[in-house]
Design a protein around this ligand. Sequence first.
Ligand SMILES: *[C@@H]1O[C@H](CO)[C@@H](O)[C@H](O)[C@H]1NC(C)=O
Ligand SMILES: *[C@@H]1O[C@H](CO)[C@@H](O)[C@H](O)[C@H]1NC(C)=O
Ligand SMILES: *[C@@H]1O[C@H](CO)[C@@H](O)[C@H](O)[C@H]1NC(C)=O
Ligand SMILES: *[C@@H]1O[C@H](CO)[C@@H](O)[C@H](O)[C@H]1NC(C)=O
Length: 868
Amino acid sequence: MSYKPISRQQNFKFVWLAVPSLVLGLLFSTYFISKDGISQDVGIEKSVFLDGLAQCRARDYNPVAPKHRTKNPRYKLGGELPTPPVLIKNATLWNGDGHLSRNVDILFQDGIILKVGNSLVDNFNGEVIEAHGHYVTPDSWPAFAGASDTNEMSESSTRPYLRSLDGFSPYDTAIRIINSGGVTTSLVLPGSGTAMGGEAFAFKHRLFPSNRSEDMLLNAGMEEQDGPKWRWMKMACGENPINNGRRKNQLPESRLGLGYLFRKRFDDAYQSLVAQDQWCYEAETLYKAHSKKAHTKIKSRFPEPIDDETMIALLRGKVRLNAHCYESYDLEAMIRLSHEYNFKITAFHHALEAWRVAPLLAKEGIATAIFADHWGYKKEAYDSSVKAAQILSNAGVQVVFKSDHPVLNAQNLIYEAAKAHHYGFDADLALKAVTSGPAERMGQDWRIGYVLPGYDADIVIWDKYPLAIGAHPLRVFTDGYTTFKHVDYDKSIVQDYDSSSIKESSHVKVDKPNAQASAVTYHNIAGLVHGPSATWEKNSVVVVENGVVTCIGSKCSAKGEQIDLKNGWVIPGLVAASVRLGIEEISSEPGTSAGKISTDDLLPSADGIFVGRKFSKALDAAFKAGVTSAISIFKSSTMIKEISDSTFIKRLVADHFQVDVSAPSNSISSSLAGQITTIGQNIGKSKTGVVAVDVDGAAQIYALLHNLPINVIIGGAEAHVLAEELAKKNVSVVLSPTRCTPSSWYKQECLVTGSSPTGYSLLHDAGVNVAISGPEDNFIRGLIWEAGWIVADLPNYHDLSDFEKAKHAASLLTWNVAKAFKLEGLVGTIAVGSPARFVVYDGIPGTLEAKVTLVVDQDLVENETDQY
Ligand SMILES: *[C@@H]1O[C@H](CO)[C@@H](O)[C@H](O)[C@H]1NC(C)=O
Ligand SMILES: *[C@@H]1O[C@H](CO)[C@@H](O)[C@H](O)[C@H]1NC(C)=O
Ligand SMILES: *[C@@H]1O[C@H](CO)[C@@H](O)[C@H](O)[C@H]1NC(C)=O
Ligand SMILES: *[C@@H]1O[C@H](CO)[C@@H](O)[C@H](O)[C@H]1NC(C)=O
């Protein structure tokens, strides 16, 4: 017999045939190796041998969660001083398992919750917080937060060995901002740009005097008996890794290539795993036979190639895999792979098409980490469903909401749960999906995600019902430390608090008029918000004849067909400003777009229009959300663009320019000063009389104001800094996005949600005409809630009547937009003699309880308003 290296097939066979063949194989190879002249008696260093043996023995060790936790291993880490015990009294507690109870006391000390119950302690030496019935919940858990070290896109697409910890900056301002939204733990998943992004790490949003990111690790301070130390990992399928491959003309350029790449990589890892098992078998056998001399008999050290280490751990069930995959057949492909190589998938992220294969995911026990309604930005995100959470959950799939920070600001993670609830997802399940659900998927539900004795003291006190629009934490505890306290905390916490939850959706159905009816009277209106002069009036009606409003108010005589609005609220049709509706359908698909402009000429975007709700989901979704007109612009990386209206209410609306701070280069024209000069040279060319500029930075806005006749600022993250100036010069601001983040150098003065005062109130109080928009077309159907956020943050919110709330919300998307773009009389109001464009809600516009029941655009009336 001669020595034959073990072929791949044989290798597999050994494993499948289990011990007998494996023994034979090992004996033969040992025997022949010695015969080939490698001396068995040299062996390896003893400590190296023992270390390998220890690793072998740790392979199958799976620590279990402790039954009674009495300490939080993270307490007193990193030089932080201990804090006194805290007693929260009279909370309305949602505790993580769907249980809501009133008048609850919560006691915690040294970072761990000790007691939860009624009237806990009489004589207490510590901080007492009277919650006055405010809502208290476990903190929220997103599944993704990252800085810019998100992707390693160089060369290979499979880099399972990268670690997000290496790119985690403890000084990222996002850590504090996200925490202020009630988020105390994040699983930071690297990648999605490549097939295997790397190892993920879980962090708590608590900063330390030590300044060390390692102290922020969820697993920091943990000893073996404290519970299982899980590891996490991220992979991705679909468009992201494929597009990356195409850019470099390398694997993977297709789903087929991706499938091969995954198999190759798993196969490699599997070989390494088998090599380890073989080594372990040999080592144990030698250890039994030779005890202390065993290390002299073995030919090599325990094999642990760095490239495969994480993958082997995954195959051994010690790593929880999070896979970023969208389309149903991508999910299927990944599941196939998991069967071939025998590993578990913990959760599919993004997974906007998961709802199509809900039973499959339920059977596989795979959770989905999704968005409530973020959609349409690429092909694989086009067939999403706002009912996904419900569909998946009903099929038995665990649903978790994710932020995809910084794509969606993780600070507002709770908003995902709130929106899903709006679309019909059960409130308890929605709250679980940002607390105990993600904790369970991370393998941490024995420790975080609940307000129960023995859990980490990660607790949020809310100013409102957490699923209401604009809910903010008043105070956030992380490991028992106060990591966020709202500036108005003292004022807000003593407010007598209405702890009722929001009303469940009423599913009001409103009939639409007969298509032949030339006159229609809309009646039974709770509030008619027709324009800036509207005041509340009982028994108001709207009379429409041949698509034109002929009477509004309580004194009209009914004409034609009577449509009962079922006590609904009526506001003017919304105007989406500075969007690409009708110009572009899917932003990452050039084939669905009217194109980019590469010149500095003003081009009418109207010439690039496509029309028809029938063919455009984006237009249809917007219309069903009450958006009856849009000021659409070309997508362009250059500065000069023209705004026009997508339905040609007015073909040319504004000269539209962009100050692009993202890529100013050395050329004069692209420097910031050069851009402002070019804008100056081009202003007035199309004679629209409105000059609109996309710009965020206060310094750039200042330069524009002092050099050029600007009418509208779009973006405006720092516009509030120049509020007085803008008011004096009659310059309108279209805040886009409404909830800004300091995501770039030129947005650092943005006031994030929860700030007091807000950027909006500074502008508004100074007398600036403010409207809102975007940021992207996929947010259009949620624009009215962006208005709702602004209203909920008004300093006098609690003093406003329902009518005033509705009117303020409406103004931001209707007549204020018209005023900014000089479209008064054309859009933005319901006025006698004007085309009938209005939208009806079954609740107060801007709140999440309210649903659109009817959209009227002249003769066109839509009452089927369910979203995709
Ligand atoms: C708890 O707070 C609510 C709301 O402020 C209040 O009505 C109630 O009296 C409080 N209960 C106790 C025991 O303090
Ligand atoms: C952490 O950094 C701060 C400055 O941000 C410094 O004052 C402090 O001394 C540092 N802590 C340690 C342990 O060096
Ligand atoms: C829409 O109106 C039609 C005609 O009145 C009615 O039959 C239908 O049920 C309505 N649909 C909804 C969803 O209200
Ligand atoms: C601003 O608008 C007011 C009223 O519309 C007008 O009186 C004033 O002259 C305008 N100011 C500027 C600088 O355009």
